[in-house]
Write a protein that binds this ligand. Sequence first.
Ligand code: OGA
Ligand code: MN
Length: 210
Amino acid sequence: MRAMHTSFDETLPQRIVDDLAEYGWSRQDCFLPEALTAALALECRRRAAVGELAPAAIGRGDAQEVRESIRGDLTQWIDPGQATCTDEYLVLMDGLREALNRGLFLGLEDFECHFALYPAGAFYKRHLDRFRDDDRRMVSAVLYLNHGWREGHGGELRLYFKDGSTLDVPPRGGCLVVFLSGELPHEVLPAGCERLSLTGWFRRRGSEPF
Ligand code: OGA
Ligand code: MN
């Protein structure tokens, strides 16, 4: 039997919409039931163990290149039908997409996401989640899969706000951070030990074919 990981808090999408409208970002420390977070972490580790994760590239299309001086994570894209846990996550994120469209009129058409594994020592320098040649990414959503993360493990997400302040978010399992892709610069501080996440982007229709 396919295991379902239910008990999702149905009030969360609206709270995220409200936060985005007011602050441009949202942090939900208990976005997912623990069982679903655990299943996703297991799936990420399984993929890593069979060599499915590959060094992440920066840029898009022909301009893509791997540069470990900028980011050192390994990633793999998630598609529907690969595993029960990833399918459940895609369903939840589609609900969030609809809430974002209802509340913020963003016209989001799809959600793309990948597992990311940062080996110890890996980081991702300060950046925006928008490509110069592709502005379809509107809202970023990062889910953390690190059960038992503790102070000193590193790999915090550092957010850079317009007023010059910064905030470091610990990548604790089950926590979801959502922000406007083109507006909030951020970086991943060096991971002290292996760091898992599931990073995705809600996109609107592009002006160019893809
Ligand atoms: C990214 C990113 C943040 C994180 O993949 O673009 O910024 O905390 N990830 O994993
Ligand atoms: Mn990013």
